[in-house]
Design a binder for this molecule. Structure first.
Ligand code: UGA
Length: 449
């Protein structure tokens, strides 16, 4: 099928490249010439495993082309996917890019006779596609809905494995205005995937996306709430509590003596908090949107409040062991919001580094991928950003593990002891073995103990 994708961020570019590799003819649209040139020259503007290789392949096969010309893109496609950003601004989701794109697409549809489906892929609060998007297209095109199709097809891509998530989907949700819109959208996927397509109305599709992220964020904050209770009482390791919890036969599946833990249990673990471009923004947007509709969601509000306090707990734990951090060199392992990404948006590490700097520490932070993004966000003569963890640990009086990159998990206790001035570790993701660390003379603590 001929598909145009407006917006080349994580969602737009991954979707565009994957759809092209599935055999569709894709045109990616972005307002920024610099980004468009990069894409056409096989350079991915974002770091995402497997993406750049696939990008080069589909461009060489002439299955994907990037342009700044939305008019050309809409004219030469039968579906336009909206994948522009929906940032959180002034206490609510900012839908201005969505509205603008819908209007621009509508203007192109005015002069187009061929049936065209507009599909929203960006995460938008329930009610957006069938009100704001629909109205903007109708006004700009002069056509009534039905004369064009409308769909909402949320994405469930995790950064760091977005390509695999797209190519091996767990579900395909298509919210459709009518049968014709649905059948066009279903053709995009059902020629290649066996998974059943979940058909809903437009609002339900939007809500499925929010509910999915809200549940995962809930599990993390629930784990941190329980972990904070364990810490307050004392003598309980929250990690052991969760190990015991997930053996419940309603959670674990045991077949022939082998235990299989559902993916959801990965989120049942205490830590220094969730970040990224999705969980914080989506939960906040849902709270605001729901409150505007006269229902105040108490659990989700608590999910955010618990998450907010986790970064400062890391610094408090460090201070308990080494006292005031002022004028001390503190090492921070990890800046990205999670491993396998260069994304630092809402990363707990950024919050923690800011607290340490405010308290007068000299911070050496390390990340394999996110140093450049961090340098744009953090600036201080007391901050060194590097991808060399040994430089970070050397002579440090304490280290905080924030992002569980494999290269950090592999650091041996001997290396911490040899390099650091005072081998004090605060493990924000509970990746190290407490007893092993202590047997090498390290002072070890972490979230949940
Ligand atoms: C998340 C969802 O997992 C995707 O399904 C969804 O499509 C995406 O948001 C989106 O809305 O676009 P992502 O933000 O890439 O994907 O990351 P996750 O791997 O789910 O992790 C989210 C946050 O939770 C990270 O900060 C991670 O460190 C944190 N986390 C994860 C924990 O704090 N504890 C855990 O046990 C697991």
């Amino acid at each position: 099928m001929r598909i145009s994708v407006v917006g080349t961020g994580y969602v737009g570019l991954v979707s565009g490249v994957c759809l092209a590799s599935l055999g569709h003819d894709v045109i990616c649209v972005d307002k920024k010439t610099e980004i468009v040139n990069k894409i056409n020259n096989f350079i991915s503007p974002i770091f995402e495993p497997k993406l750049e290789e696939m990008l080069e392949k589909v461009i060489k096969l002439k299955k994907l082309h990037a342009t700044t010309d939305i008019s050309w893109a809409v004219k030469n496609s039968e579906i336009t996917i909206i994948a522009v950003g929906t940032p959180f601004k002034d206490g609510a989701i900012d839908l201005s890019y969505i509205k603008e794109s819908a209007k621009e697409i509508g203007m192109q549809l005015a002069g187009k006779n061929e049936y065209h489906v507009v599909c929203v892929k960006s995460t938008v609060v329930p009610g957006t596609t069938d009100t704001i998007v629909r109205t903007a297209i109708e006004e700009a095109s002069g056509k009534k809905i039905g004369g064009f199709g409308l769909a909402m097809n949320p994405e469930f891509l995790r950064e760091g494995c977005a390509v695999d998530d797209f190519m091996m989907p767990d579900r395909i949700v298509i919210g459709a205005f009518d049968d014709q819109s649905f059948h066009v959208m279903a053709k995009v996927y059902n020629t290649v995937f066996d998974d059943p397509i979940i058909r809903t109305n437009l609002r339900t599709a939007e809500m499925i996306k929010y509910t999915s992220n809200a549940l995962l964020a809930n599990l993390i904050s629930f784990s941190n709430d329980i972990s904070n209770i364990c810490e307050s009482i004392g003598g309980i390791d929250a990690i052991e509590v969760f190990k015991g919890l997930i053996q419940d036969k309603r959670i674990v599946v045991k077949t022939k003596g082998e235990a299989v833990f559902p993916g959801l249990t990965q989120y049942l673990k205490p830590g220094c908090g969730f970040g990224g471009s999705c969980f914080p923004k989506d939960v906040k947007a849902l709270v605001t949107h729901s409150t505007a509709h006269a229902y105040y969601p108490k659990i989700l509000e608590a999910v955010l409040a618990i998450n907010e306090q986790q970064p400062s707990k890391m610094v408090e734990k460090l201070e308990k062991l080494i006292g005031d951090v002022q004028n001390k060199k503190i090492a921070v392992l990890g800046v990205a919001f999670k491993p396998e990404t260069d994304d630092i948006r809402e990363s707990p590490a950024i919050k923690i580094i800011k607290i340490l700097l405010e308290k007068g520490a000299t911070v050496f932070a390390c990340d394999p991928k996110a140093i450049n993004s961090a340098a744009k966000e953090l600036e201080s003569e007391f901050l060194v950003l590097t991808n060399d963890y040994q430089e970070v640990l050397k002579d440090a009086e304490g280290v905080l593990l924030i992002t569980p990159w494999e290269s950090f998990i592999r650091i041996k206790p001997e290396e911490f002891s040899r390099l650091m001035k005072k081998p004090v570790i605060v493990d924000g993701r509970r990746v190290y073995d407490k007893l092993e660390m202590e047997s090498h003379g390290l002072i070890y603590t972490g979230i949940g103990i």
